[in-house]
Design a protein around this ligand. Sequence first.
Ligand SMILES: Nc1nc2c(c(=O)[nH]1)N[C@H]1C(S)=C(S)[C@@H](COP(=O)(O)O)O[C@H]1N2
Ligand SMILES: [Mo]
Length: 251
Amino acid sequence: MKKNKPMTRRQAIFAGLTSAGALLLSGCLKKAPPTYGNILRMGDDLTYTAQRGLLSQRALAMEYQKSDITSFPVTDIGDPADPKSKAVYSQEYHELQANNFKDWALTVEGSVAKPAKYSMDALKKLGERTQITRHTCEEGWSAIAEWTGVPLGAVLKDAGILPAARFVYFYGYDKYTESIDMLDAFHPQTILAHTMNGEDLPARHGAPVRLRVETQIGYKNIKYLQRIVVTEKFIEPDADISTGWSWYTGI
Ligand SMILES: Nc1nc2c(c(=O)[nH]1)N[C@H]1C(S)=C(S)[C@@H](COP(=O)(O)O)O[C@H]1N2
Ligand SMILES: [Mo]
């Protein structure tokens, strides 16, 4: 809190509520968590602070056996390849899909020393991890699948992530966006998945690449990935926040 600047009501309540969390975090989280929205969102800050303080960066989400794999519904804002879909239709995505995504490349830019476009082959050279995990949607269903992909941390390292970087923003062809912080970005189970249950990622599950972030709820797992932007600042409005959902949804 800066001197001579009166606390807002929200800051005062937040400061009081999270003083235990703040003490716990001193030395382990240098900067305050992102704050946004109104007083009703106060619990989000508390959740973020508490989880960031209590969870080790390496704590893994539960992994399952092949025999646990279930059917997997499709839920999204619409198919970016379909002009009649309720999502924003993307001519570019439509054409990439028609050519089986051979010309697809993921843009990585922002707070990185070497902004680049990664082809699927270039991405795959950076590493691979396979995990069988449970996806939990905020709408009340969950499903288990096996995901194979490239650790996001390996991609960020390859692009030369700069020391001041704090957040990673993701943009999908359907104009969906998501963002996560560095603890989740470098979490070992956070992968850019290109394979689901041993097959190329099916179109409606987000082909050719989607994010899997197993430490948060379903909507963080952005599909139809087009672009990643590394930032030093928390940018508002994020899709979650502008639609009334929490930005941080740790499970
Ligand atoms: N690009 C994009 N990604 C998205 C969504 C979306 O609408 N667009 N929906 C999210 C939500 S709410 C969930 S539950 C999962 C659903 O993934 P699935 O369709 O593979 O089941 O994707 C998430 N990622
Ligand atoms: Mo969801």
